[in-house]
Design a protein around this ligand. Sequence first.
Ligand SMILES: C[S@@+](CC[C@H](N)C(=O)[O-])C[C@H]1O[C@@H](n2cnc3c(N)ncnc32)[C@H](O)[C@@H]1O
Length: 217
Amino acid sequence: MPSLEYHLRELQAVLDPFDPVRAVPKYPCAGWKVLDVGCGIGQTLLAPELRAAAELHGIDTDGAAIEFGRRRAGSAHLTLTCAQAEHIPYEDGSFDLVYSRVAVPYTNVPLALAEMRRVLKTGGRFWATLQPVRGELSRLGTGLQRLAAKTVIDSGYVLANSLMLAMSGRCVPRPWNGKYDTVQTRRGAAWLLRRSGFRDVEIFLSPLHFIATATRS
Ligand SMILES: C[S@@+](CC[C@H](N)C(=O)[O-])C[C@H]1O[C@@H](n2cnc3c(N)ncnc32)[C@H](O)[C@@H]1O
């Protein structure tokens, strides 16, 4: 689970328009209802690009981060809830934009995508950052060089799980802690999104991740 320091660092990046690794959804979202899945303390919801939205909601499984985000937001108009991406506590068709920054890879991806689609209005916009394979291959390489057995085993799980997801549309949690992790290829991500009922799928490269956008059909 990321630390509070991580979330606060990301908040600084969100608020700094010149940060080179900044990645936030950019839509003309005046009057929109927006949901951030895996929102941490709600850092991305505070991006200037989302200021015109009518309602800003976030969910995360980390209760401490949600609590901190609620206290920090004070009177700012954020609704933060402790909940899982796989069981989003909103009704069908609630949102104009559902996005997720650095969180979908840590979920049961097909279930999370199905839930994100369910809570979008027809024609609503989806935006997510995904993890490219190269980062995991480099982690595996470092683990092998250093003979770090735990890293090699964990990386082996991530790569095998990602292959299974790309080939069958299913993924499994780590047997030792029940947490999910996957990396994606651009082609695999596009396939998963179309399979989950999205159209107009586009995948863009960004410095650290790649970004998937789509429309709910
Ligand atoms: C790397 S952090 C990213 C936080 C924030 N979105 C950002 O971009 O800075 C990943 C977040 O996803 C949350 N998360 C992981 N699995 C989740 C799930 N199944 N449902 C909801 N949130 C989840 C974690 O608790 C964590 O806050």
